[in-house]
Design a protein around this ligand. Structure first.
Ligand code: APR
Ligand code: PHB
Length: 386
């Protein structure tokens, strides 16, 4: 088998890349380890930057997103018994975010690829990458072989692409956090119109949503927390204890339909390329979800990679491909800083670190009272221009 771009992984990065390449007349084959059902059901984050929405709409996969996505023009920061709104419409006019589940983006992209006759293969086992320096190829599923001009490693943090790069090539930068997030999807109407990022002495809580009848919540939990330790009643009690910290706010409780524990990690591998292999999305970098940047960064990488590949295939020039990693890393590191900053601002760290808590509260007071400081948060949150 032969194609121009062999894509490993059918997450948002791999699927969007395949679709954008198709629009430029470039062929690809997507190889995904999991089933279609699994990737379409996997509950992940759900905040799309303006630029991400524009990219999906321009690519012709934004129809349902426009219909069902929830545009938001602000978020609330809640701490010390009061809520403070960060008004995007005032601070970053014309820019907003859209709440739309990542697995809905994945469903829309899979449907578009299949409708266009795209080659997306699910439940593909034993993917291995070979000959990355020149004439690369991929083997999989007991003896099958895919020859390609380039390989795009879009297989997430635990994929095979990054580990296929020879030792000594990559430099890794990382930071672990002493907590995890327990994520909960509940069949209850949201108790707030906008997202609430809530800092309490019991730990961080986030109130998000998916639709007028479905809410999404996260709780800061110990790094080794398990689902078994968190029966539904305990989750609701803890969400209430953290979120019902301003007068008049009451949390609507109900049926929990999904829960999972996500570790919190910051990670960047540089450079994001080796020979004819290009890494995109979580395969190259991870951010803690506090800034809602993971999916948006994957989309940004894929935009850069599409332009570089189009130039390569249309003009035979590899100059943009050679500069791919450098072009992506500027945005990657801005999002790394923002995500780390939001995380350290809102979570409880050491119990006895009274000094650290004072610093957090001082900065929260600053961000919620100074327009320049609030604008810094707002412009990073809605996403800097491409
Ligand atoms: N072979 C084939 N496919 C693989 C392999 C493998 N060895 N390993 C992983 N995959 C697949 C995974 O099953 C997954 O479907 O690669 C895909 C990677 O998708 P994501 O993890 O969603 O990564 P990405 O497309 O970069 O999207 C980034 O996802 O994790 C969130 O917060 C993150 O929102 C961000 C987004
Ligand atoms: C979500 O809705 O899943 C969500 C929202 C904001 C975040 C992270 C996740 O920062």
């Amino acid at each position: 088998m032969r194609t121009q771009v062999g894509i490993i992984g059918a997450g948002p990065a791999g699927l969007l890349l395949s679709h954008l390449l198709h629009l430029r007349g470039i062929s690809s084959v997507v190889l995904e380890r999991r089933s279609r059902d699994y990737v379409e059901r996997r509950v992940r984050a759900g905040v799309l930057e303006q630029g991400t929405v524009d990219t999906l709409v321009e690519a012709g996969v934004g129809e349902r997103l426009r219909r069902e996505g929830l545009p938001h023009h602000g978020i609330e920061l809640r701490y010390e018994g009061a809520g403070h709104r960060i008004p995007f419409e005032k601070l970053v006019p014309g820019r907003a975010i859209t709440v739309y589940g990542q697995q809905e983006v994945v469903k829309d992209l899979i449907a578009a690829r299949l409708a266009a006759g795209g080659d997306v293969r699910f439940e593909v086992e034993d993917v291995a990458l070979h000959s990355l320096e020149s004439r690369p190829y991929v083997t999989f599923g007991g003896g099958q072989r895919l020859d390609c001009d380039v390989i795009a490693g879009c297989d997430g943090f635990h994929g095979v692409s990054r580990p296929s790069i020879p030792e000594g090539v990559l430099t890794v930068f990382e930071r672990d956090y002493p907590f995890a997030w327990l994520g909960v999807l509940a069949a209850v109407p949201p108790s707030s119109e906008e997202l609430i990022y809530c800092r309490t002495e019991r730990g961080f809580a986030l109130h998000s949503m998916r639709s007028p009848t479905v809410s999404r919540f996260y709780l800061q939990v110990p790094p080794d927390a398990t689902i078994e330790e968190w029966p539904d009643e305990r989750i609701w009690a803890e969400l209430k204890a953290r979120l019902e910290s301003v007068p008049g706010f009451a949390l609507t409780t109900g049926v929990i339909v999904e829960k999972s524990v996500t570790p919190m990690r910051s990670f960047v591998a540089e450079p994001m390329q080796y020979g004819r292999l290009y890494l995109a999305g979580d395969a190259a970098h991870i951010v803690p979800p506090t800034g809602a940047k993971g999916l948006n960064l994957a989309v940004a990488d894929v935009r850069v990679l599409t332009e570089a590949l189009a130039r390569f295939f249309e003009h035979g020039s590899s100059d943009l491909l050679d500069g791919y990693s450098a072009a992506c890393l500027k945005r990657v590191w801005r999002a790394q800083h923002f995500s780390w900053w939001m995380t350290t601002l809102l979570h409880t760290f050491e119990e006895d670190d009274a000094y650290g808590r004072r610093l957090q509260l001082s900065y929260l007071d600053y961000v919620t009272s100074s327009e320049p400081a609030a604008t810094t948060l707002a412009e990073n949150y809605v996403g800097l221009p491409w």
